[in-house]
Design a protein around this ligand. Structure first.
Ligand code: ADP
Ligand code: MG
Length: 352
């Protein structure tokens, strides 16, 4: 059952095309992330869904009803922005009750609802505080409570966590996800943070320059990127220029690799293709493991310690133009196997 359907939505600002024929379906209860670099059109699309911006072409349907030209007040959603956007001169309770007043909640009922909402976002007892007395994370919790106060069918979030520091951001991210699941509220969240999208979305919509590059689950987006842009934007990737030999073998420089094919059709013999390899799919060669094929040798150019793993930049022998990034367990670093200038023998998983 579709909660929101977007049909061929196009948006221009003068002669700049911000969105090109966007088509998308959001199912009831889903958490969907719009993910893409700054300026790709995420906020514009969210604002069109909210009725804060008019599209030039196409239509928006919510629960079977065309809402394309309805004013925001006639639409059924709650929204949270990056900047907390709370009224500074109103208490927390009044901020949250603001939307309730518009929907004609009885005063007594509103008070009960505010209490309930504050408990829901972990801020019980903060009714009489002012926004300036709260931390950024707490203010965003209040903004969240205000957005869901009237039980809207749709929750719109525009980079709600971007202004918060890393620890608060990560915690709030999980809290929002849990709340969203418990309430079963259909949610669209804009983010430019791939980790955020991968960790909480049911479905990710990857956008680039006003178009949708791919829609898929986090696993699909990461493991089966449909374009170079998606592969490169979500996670780290090594891109090697290769030629297809046959039977799944690729010629890369002077090396031969066997890799499972992602494309549906087998390439032509000698066809130039791009081989994409995730850094974590390259491992240290282990002769006790009987690793077959896909063996590489090279010299370490740079090692970056990243906590649970280390990222290693290598010059590979037999590959003149390309360097490779690989992620190795930091154990190897600790043992001193890897340092700048070390020679390593590696192996690439064949993908099956
Ligand atoms: P994102 O949220 O992905 O960073 P936006 O949707 O805010 O991107 O903007 C998409 C593009 O549209 C950007 O190039 C931006 O400069 C442009 N844009 C957005 N709003 C306006 C506006 N009101 N007038 C002119 N250009 C705009
Ligand atoms: Mg934006």
């Amino acid at each position: 059952h579709s909660a929101i359907t977007i049909n061929n939505v196009t948006k221009r600002f003068d002669d700049f095309i911000a969105l090109k024929k966007i088509c998308l379906e959001v199912k009831k209860g889903e958490l969907v992330c719009f993910l893409g670099p700054s300026g790709c059109g995420k906020t514009t699309l969210l604002r069109i869904i909210a009725g804060l911006e008019e599209c030039d072409d196409g239509e928006i349907i919510q629960h079977g009803k065309v809402i394309t030209h309805l004013p925001p007040s006639k639409r059924d959603y709650g929204i949270v922005f990056q900047s907390y956007a709370l009224f500074p001169n109103l208490t927390v309770a009044k901020n949250i009750a603001y939307g309730l007043k518009k929907k004609d909640f009885e005063k007594k009922e509103a008070k009960k609802r505010v209490k309930e909402l504050l408990a829901l976002v972990g801020l019980s007892g903060s009714e009489e505080k002012y926004p300036s007395e709260l931390s950024g994370g707490q203010q965003q919790r209040v903004a969240f409570a205000r957005a869901i106060a009237t039980n809207p069918a749709l929750l719109l979030l525009d980079e709600p966590l971007s202004a918060l520091d890393a620890r608060v951001r990560e915690r709030l991210r999980q809290e929002i996800r849990e709340l969203q699941k418990n309430l079963g509220i259909t949610t669209i969240m804009v983010t430019h943070d791939q980790e955020e999208a991968l960790s909480i979305a049911d479905k990710i919509v990857v956008m680039n320059q006003g178009v949708i590059e791919q829609v898929g689950t986090p696993l699909e987006i990461y493991h089966q990127p449909k374009s170079l842009f998606v592969a490169d934007f979500v996670g780290k990737i090594n891109l090697l220029k290769a030629f297809y030999s046959r039977n799944g073998y690729f010629q890369v420089g002077q090396l031969r690799f066997k890799v499972a094919l992602q494309a549906k059709n087998e390439p032509q013999a000698e066809e130039a293709i791009k081989l994409l390899i995730r850094p974590e799919d390259i491992k240290l060669y282990d002769d006790t493991r009987n690793d077959e094929g896909n063996i590489l040798e090279g010299d370490v150019l740079k090692v970056t310690f990243l906590g649970s793993f280390c990222r290693v930049l290598m010059r590979i022998r037999g590959l003149l133009e390309d360097t490779l990034l690989l992620d190795l367990p930091h154990k190897a670093l600790v043992k001193g196997v890897i340092q700048e200038g070390s020679f390593l023998k590696l192996c690439i998983a064949s993908g099956d």
